[in-house]
Design a protein around this ligand. Structure first.
Ligand code: NAD
Length: 496
């Protein structure tokens, strides 16, 4: 597999081509702050070309005419190729977005499962014969693909979040135009080389790299895009939803979160400690499911905070390509500034910064875009640092009295992506998940995902679900077919 050892190109209609704009941009390694590759800066004409290629491929016999089993086999083959190239793809991702090689290797090792699973589902999509209540009538349903899917992904887990969309969408028989984040396009371009090798017909998957504010609207608005599948920020998601509404175009939106990790005093506090750390400092807090609010029961609050601070203080910052590193840089310079601004906001609001709160000055961090693991106490639930998504290694710790209090605080934001509960009480473990407004609730674990488990947001955290059997239906539409076999035709002026 060739990495971007040349200026990146666009994958359109099965060919690698230069952008019509004739321009490229640098992709930066967040650990060094220096460019390490060049990515094509697609323009609106390139979006047009990519959508046309995907539209043509959707109707071509090479794709439309193959059996569902053959389509599934292509996905399984793609999964095998990803597995064979996982080490290289993980290294590219780590270099491009600064996330730990250990984390990206785990993700890349797991991504093939989405292609195997949805490849297996491709020929289990069934219509139904309806026991229709009309004489001499045969009626059945078909589950049909939507057409061309516009896939738009963020920088934090570039290939994993793309796989969550590509695998079910392709299994359902759609074709794709994929716009990866401008901050993490390199792995998409490397991954793009595997589609041809897996045997996908040209044009089934097209990749346009470039800036969201330059080509995003053109992709979303295109009449031949049948659906937009998006993961990213709240404001972008809202804009996409509004524009898609102009054409009554369906969307899947996976947006942000402000997830509560709720620690009860009856829990195994060692596990809870690890869970809270994993929730906010893994991936440098740059994950939509970050447990950015730790709700800790009052009677263990002081001791728990002391242990939390001690644990987080010892986290090893450094080169994300070093397998020993525990906290890497953040992905973009804008993100670094945004996180530091939120730390200032927290202080100004009266929260107490008990750990971190600045850019580290340490030799192992070099010129990288690092933020010290940061913990705030004395946080009131209404403060901005407890309400808004920071997307960095900043934890707000909030005490609570009892279950009622915990539920009220946990549900008291506009988000609803995930929540964690730490308890040894079986009644609580069974009843509390039903009261939390979140698409995923983890009890005595955190940050677990699977191709088998539906994932998505309540409230402002999104629309639709990814992974699990139901996800394939996000990319299908139901057609009902009526066949009348009667010899006569009734009164044409009344409903049949
Ligand atoms: P972002 O919204 O800035 O960008 C996401 C993608 O949208 C990028 O590819 C970008 O180029 C594109 N984009 C930007 N403007 C666009 C426009 N006008 N039209 C169409 N596309 C446009 O988000 P980000 O900063 O890359 O990612 C971080 C955000 O993603 C966080 O808020 C995080 O919570 C969220 N996220 C959510 C999940 C989830 O599954 N819920 C997972 C990961 C990240």
């Amino acid at each position: 597999m060739k990495v971007i050892d040349r200026p990146g190109q666009l994958l359109i209609g099965g060919r690698w081509i230069d952008p019509t704009t004739g321009t490229w941009f640098d992709t930066i390694n967040p650990f060094t702050g220096k460019a390490w590759g060049t990515v094509a800066r697609a323009g609106i004409a390139d979006v047009e070309r990519a959508v046309s290629a995907a539209h043509e491929a959707f109707h071509a016999a090479k794709w439309r005419g193959i059996t569902a089993s053959a389509r599934g086999a292509l996905l399984v083959r793609l999964g095998e190729l990803i597995a064979a190239n996982a080490v290289e793809l993980a290294r590219i991702e780590s270099q491009d977005n600064g996330k730990l090689i250990a984390e990206m290797s785990a993700q890349l090792g797991y991504i093939p499962e989405w292609f195997r699973y949805f490849g297996g589902l491709a020929d289990k999509i069934e219509g139904r014969v309806l026991p229709i209540d009309k004489p001499s009538t045969f009626a059945y349903t078909r589950e049909e693909p939507l057409g061309v899917i516009g896939v738009i992904t963020p920088w934090n887990s570039p290939l994993l979040l793309a796989a969550w969309k590509l695998a079910p969408a392709l299994a359902a028989g759609n074709t794709i135009v994929w716009k990866p984040s401008e901050f993490s396009s390199a792995s998409a371009l490397a991954f793009g080389q595997l589609f041809e090798e897996a045997g996908f017909p040209p044009g089934v998957v097209n990749i346009v790299t470039g800036f969201g504010n330059e080509i995003g609207d053109a992709l979303v608005d295109h009449r031949q895009i049948s659906k937009v599948a998006f993961t990213g920020g709240d404001a972008t998601g809202q804009r996409i939803y509004q524009r898609a509404a102009e054409q009554i175009k369906p969307v899947t939106l996976e947006l942000g979160g402000k997830s509560a990790n709720i620690v009860f005093s009856d829990s195994n506090l060692d596990h809870a400690l690890n869970g809270v750390i994993s929730g906010i400092f893994a991936a440098t807090g740059q994950t939509c499911i970050a447990g950015s609010r730790a709700l800790v029961q009052r009677d263990v609050y002081e001791g728990f905070v002391t242990r939390l601070v001690d644990f987080a203080r010892q986290a090893r910052l450094g080169d994300p390509l070093d397998p020993q590193t525990q906290v890497g840089p953040v992905t973009t310079e804008q993100q670094l500034r945004k996180i530091l601004d939120y730390i200032d906001i927290g202080r100004a609001e009266g929260a107490r910064c008990v750990l971190g709160g600045a850019r580290p000055v340490r030799p192992e961090c070099g010129d990288g875009w690092f933020v010290e693991p940061t913990i705030f106490t004395d946080v009131a639930p209404s403060m901005r640092i407890a309400q808004e998504e920071i997307f960095g290694p900043v934890l707000s710790v909030i005490p609570f009295e009892d279950e009622e209090d915990a539920v009220r605080i946990a549900n008291g934001t506009m988000f609803g992506l995930a929540a964690g509960i730490w308890t040894s009480n079986i009644r609580r473990a069974l009843t509390l998940p039903t009261r939390l407004e979140a698409g995923t609730v983890w009890v005595n674990t955190y940050r677990a995902v699977s191709y088998l488990a539906p994932f998505g947001g309540y409230k402002r955290s999104g629309l639709g679900r990814e992974s699990g059997q139901a996800a394939i239906h996000e990319y299908l539409q139901t057609k009902t077919v009526w066949i009348d076999t009667s010899e006569t035709f009734g009164n044409p002026f009344i409903i049949r």
